[in-house]
Design a protein around this ligand. Structure first.
Ligand code: GAR
Length: 655
């Protein structure tokens, strides 16, 4: 049970003290009790509340101190020493304490003094706060109670609110625990606005105290400070992420929901589907997960980040309004049009008849896309009008993708190399990952139908520095800024799928998460601790994030089941997993396997991603392909492309 000392003063009403007492009573604060209430004056209203609840109180009046000729420093020192010795509190909560406490007090309780501040404070020491919608307002520091509320009104802030934070010696600074925003109405008075703010305070202060009492924040009292991670998803991407997290010194335990037989070796799989976001929330709360990493797009588009954040759980991935950049192709296209982000020409249709007529007037080839998420299948490159009319009918009349095909986009067909360009962003700054190249078609030389991705390699040798800078300047930065301006602050991994046309790089589509299979080679080459990247996103410190990569290249070749991407076979035994050359140059990431009686069986279209690295692309390909085949990794009906990485080799020859 954590011991809490609450500090109040004669300037407050004691309502937050009351809220803490009630939260303890209602078990909203589960592992804490108040051992003392400290006040600066004997007539502070909160003292009556404390006495009524049977809590011991003490008064330390600064003016009496000064009368005796003692200094402010002595006051702070005596107060800290006394409270520590007599009550040994684990946590000091300043709930309306109006004196600024100096280092002479703080030294007795490092990282254990929480303050409630009636204004919004930033995560760092900047002078502005980033609101949830991405807009910025000035931080209100050095003012208390009504004065802070008055300031927000006088300066026409759209929003104000309260912040719970750990204190440092700098006034109203230090790590933020929870912030709550309160919208300011045109006819607000200080009284009316403050009343709404207080309501929020009575919610966030007990919440912050509970986080401390449960050991989730602050000085962890002997805890090793390592974190419990939950990875959502079950593919090769998630296996690769789990593998990298398992190498982090900052991670104590990894859960994968639902995971696969590959992740089972390095994490604990839990049987919750990635679409069951309420179930995932319940699990994260129960297990006290410190950080959740979302692999696939569907839960992000459904709003898992919003839900977790509302419940004070840390999560990596954009909120629903920003994930729409992948969820709605129309949203993405309109955004690009408005902010002049280079992309192919397009037209949007809700009406089948208009679309049908339009297709009669177009040049071919062209591209038709169903608006919603169709698991990579809602896109067709149509060579002629006949093909276009037939696909349009499938989508809008026969509704083969259901409601996802209510709207279609007809797009210009663009020619060139396709590139996966992923960046880490906190909504303001970004760092680019190594560019990579996916292979969507089932067969060599990009022949046959589309798949989820048959292999990838990184880096892309022909994407030289100048081009990379151009992509960052013309595409990535304007997209992140556009989203922010639209009130959709984007935090997480942003992945524009690009095409390098003769006119320059253009966006084919946006994804709101890591690519699969591109993540597999990237994780092989990344030197940084993955946790460091997550922490930079959460703390909005991507500006200071430096990524380091191993020299050379990595290649992931996907092994697929017979028949994929059509109807495919399941249940074939995967052989050679033990005999593969597994060392730190080769990893086999599972994506569609299951384990039965100690054997690994094929269980989906894309089964495994054999991923190797080498000092150059050719060597990485040699190692990877050398581990696929009859004497090494194989299964009956196994299919794979033999040319993953070849474009990198060929293109770089004439670059
Ligand atoms: C709270 O609104 C808190 O934000 C503010 O004092 C009030 C105490 O209210 N704190 C500060 O101004 C600190 N600078 P209460 O006595 O009704 O709980």
């Amino acid at each position: 049970m954590k011991k809490i000392a609450v500090f109040i003063s004669d300037k407050g009403t004691g309502s937050n003290l009351d809220a803490i007492i009630e939260a303890i009573h209602k078990k909203k604060i589960r592992n804490g009790k108040i051992v003392v209430v400290v006040s600066n004056k004997k007539d502070a209203l909160g003292l009556n509340i404390a006495k009524k609840a049977g809590i011991q109180t003490i008064i330390r009046d600064l003016s009496e101190y000064k009368r005796k000729g003692k200094s402010r420093n002595e006051y702070d020192d005596d107060l800290g020493k006394f409270v520590k010795k007599k009550f040994q509190p684990d946590l000091i909560v300043l709930a309306g304490w109006m004196l600024i406490l100096s280092g002479n007090f703080i030294k007795y309780f490092p990282n254990r003094i929480m303050n409630l501040h009636p204004g919004l404070l930033p995560d760092g020491d900047e002078d502005f706060v980033t609101l949830r919608d991405g807009k910025k307002i000035k931080a209100i520091r050095g003012l208390h109670t009504d004065a802070a509320v008055q300031y927000a009104i006088d300066h026409h802030f759209p929003v104000t609110g309260s912040t719970v934070h750990f204190i440092t010696e700098k006034v109203d600074q230090g790590p933020v625990i929870i912030r709550s925003e309160v919208r300011i109405m045109a006819d607000d008075t200080v009284g009316r606005l403050y009343e709404r703010m207080k309501k929020e305070e009575h919610n966030i202060l007990p919440k912050a105290i509970n986080l401390f009492c449960e050991g989730k924040i602050g000085d962890k009292n002997g805890d090793d400070g390592k974190m419990k991670i939950l990875i959502i998803g079950s593919g090769g991407r998630e296996h690769a992420l789990a593998w990298r997290f398992s190498q982090s010194k900052k991670v104590s335990k990894i859960f994968c929901a639902p995971g696969n037989p590959g992740t089972k070796k390095i994490a604990q799989n839990v049987e919750i589907s990635s679409s069951d976001i309420d179930g995932l929330l319940r699990f994260a709360k129960k297990e006290k997960i410190d950080l959740t990493f979302v692999g696939p797009e569907a839960p992000l588009i459904a709003g898992i980040a919003d839900l977790f954040q509302k419940n004070d759980l840390k999560i990596i991935g954009p909120r629903k309004n920003a994930a729409a950049i992948e969820g709605s192709k129309v949203f993405a296209k309109k955004l690009m049009l408005k902010y002049k982000i280079p992309t192919g020409e397009f037209a949007i249709f809700d009406d089948y008849k208009y679309a049908r007529e339009f297709l009669k007037t177009q040049k071919y080839p062209l591209v038709i896309k169903a608006e919603g998420q169709c698991f990579g299948k809602g896109v067709a490159v149509c060579k002629n009008s006949l093909e276009a009319q037939s696909f349009l009918k499938d989508v809008m009349v026969r509704k083969i993708f259901g409601d996802e095909g209510k709207r279609v986009l007809v797009e210009e067909y663009l020619c060139g190399q396709e590139i996966s360009f992923m960046v880490v962003t906190d909504g303001f700054n970004f760092v680019s990952l190594l560019p990579s190249q996916d292979h969507k078609k089932i067969n060599d030389k990009d022949k046959g139908p589309n798949t989820g991705g048959m292999g990838a390699y990184a880096p892309v040798p022909f994407l030289h520095k100048k081009l990379l800078k151009r992509i960052e300047k013309d595409i990535v930065r304007p997209t992140i800024e556009a989203l922010r301006k639209e009130g959709c602050l984007y935090e997480g991994i942003l992945y524009p799928g690009l095409i390098l046309t003769d006119e320059g790089p253009k966006v084919l589509e946006f994804n709101c998460r890591f690519g699969d299979p591109e993540t597999q080679p990237l994780m092989m080459l990344l030197k940084n601790d993955l946790m460091e990247i997550c922490q930079a996103i959460l703390a909005k410190k991507v500006k200071n994030l430096k990524l380091a990569w191993q020299k050379g290249a990595a290649v992931c070749v996907v092994l697929s089941s017979k028949g994929y991407p059509g109807k495919y076979r399941k249940g074939d035994v995967v052989k050679g997993l033990d005999s593969a050359d597994l060392d730190n140059h080769l990893s086999v990431f599972h994506s569609g396997t299951k384990e039965e009686k100690g054997k690994i069986l094929t269980n989906s279209g894309r089964v495994l991603g054999v991923t190797g690295k080498g000092s150059n692309l050719a060597k990485a390909m040699k190692l990877t392909y050398g581990n696929i085949g009859k004497k090494v990794i194989h299964f009956s009906g196994m299919h794979y492309r033999k040319d993953i990485g070849l474009k990198g080799l060929e293109e770089s020859l004439w670059e």
